[in-house]
Every structure is written in C-alpha cells, then in structure tokens.
Design a binder for this molecule. Structure first.
Ligand code: IMP
Length: 184
C-alpha cells in the first residue's frame, strides 16, 4: 500500500524532489512525491509562476502541497534565462549558455517555493550567487555542471554538499521554519 504524507512535493522533476526530500528531512519534515507536469503561466515573476502551479497542484491532489520554480539569472545577459530557464535548458542547454557567456560570468540561481493548503498560499524565495564555469564540469542534472557557487571553486555537480548551501536549501529552510511554527 502506498504511504500517505501530510505534505506533497509536486513536480515533474525527480531530481528536485530528491534534493527537497533530503533537505526537509533534515528539518524533520517528511514529504511525498506527486509527479505531475503542471502548466506554467507566461510571466517574468517566479512567484506568480510558482503560486499558480501550487493552486493547480492543490486542486489536483486536495492535500497540502509545495511546488518549486527556479531560475538561473546571468548578469551579462541582463538576467536571461531567468523565468525561461527550463525552456532554455531544453533548447540550447548548457553548451548554448557557455557560448553566450563571455567575460562577466556572474550569475545567480533563484528558488521560489510555494505552499498551498486549504488556508494558506505562501511563497518563500532564496538565491545563491555564483559564476558560470568556462566548461561543463561534473555529472549533475540541469545547470549543475556550469554553476559555481561563490564560496566554492567547483560546480554544483562536483561538490558533495550542494544541499547544504543551494538556492533550494535556503528557500526550503525559510519554508521549514514557517511550516513547523504553523503546525504548533
Ligand atoms: P524549473 O522551471 O523550476 O523546472 O527550473 C528551471 C530550470 O533550472 C530547469 O531546467 C531545471 O532543471 C533547472 N534547475 C533548477 N534547479 C536546479 C538545480 O539545483 N541545479 C541545476 N539545474 C536546476
């Protein structure tokens, strides 16, 4: 029989779920995975995109949900791909990004976590600053092989403690603090 959870992470991306699960477990919050390809509205606001997805997810599942929307913002490209990061990854991918980035390699990764239950709709945002590497390094998912967080000299794909410093960790930490207070 399938285990039932008080909170579900709704996404089509298993990598995100596995990282979120590990991070939230460290705050003693257990989550289930509900795989769903949620419709993404066209917006330059991650918050609007994520909260719309949370509404859809909650209406499908009828249980408390979190969804996550992320963006990679590259300074020399005026923040591109930002909210279009998923489309850009599917089209030009990491090699396309490396072709676009020249001298100024600064970038940031932003995570927006949106929670919805029958009472609350709440979003939690966090970011990590870093750089785009010159070459792809390490075997990771998504943009991990080209993103070097500022405190490190290696890409997300090469470091073992990504889940202790990532944009996802920081946003989920904010969520966890609020969620645990709300449960009392
Ligand atoms: P999404 O629209 O939230 O799915 O994310 C935008 C893009 O960023 C997708 O291509 C994701 O695979 C990618 N992405 C999000 N978070 C990470 C991460 O932690 N590492 C690498 N790529 C990521």
């Amino acid at each position: 029989m399938q285990q039932s959870f008080d909170l579900y992470f709704v996404s089509s991306n298993k990598h995100k779920f596995l990282e979120a699960k590990k991070i939230l477990n460290s705050f003693e919050i257990q989550i289930g995975f509900y795989k769903s390809e949620l419709e993404e509205i066209q917006s330059d606001s991650l918050q609007k995109i994520a909260s719309k997805k949370a509404e859809q997810a909650f209406s499908q599942l009828k249980k408390p949900v979190i969804v996550e929307d992320d963006g990679l913002y590259i300074t020399s490209l005026d923040g591109f791909p930002g909210p279009y990061s998923s489309y850009v990854f599917k089209t030009i991918g990491n090699s396309g990004i490396l072709n676009l980035v020249k001298n100024n390699r600064n970038a940031k990764f932003v995570s927006m976590i949106s929670f919805k239950n029958n009472v609350f709709s709440k979003s939690f945002k966090a970011e990590i600053c870093g750089k785009i590497s010159k070459k792809q390094k390490g075997k990771g998912w998504g943009y991990d092989p080209i993103f070097i967080p500022n405190s490190k000299s290696k890409t997300f794909a090469e470091i073992s403690n990504k889940n202790e410093l990532s944009h996802r960790f920081k946003a989920l930490k904010k969520f966890a603090n609020w969620y645990l207070r709300m449960q009392k």
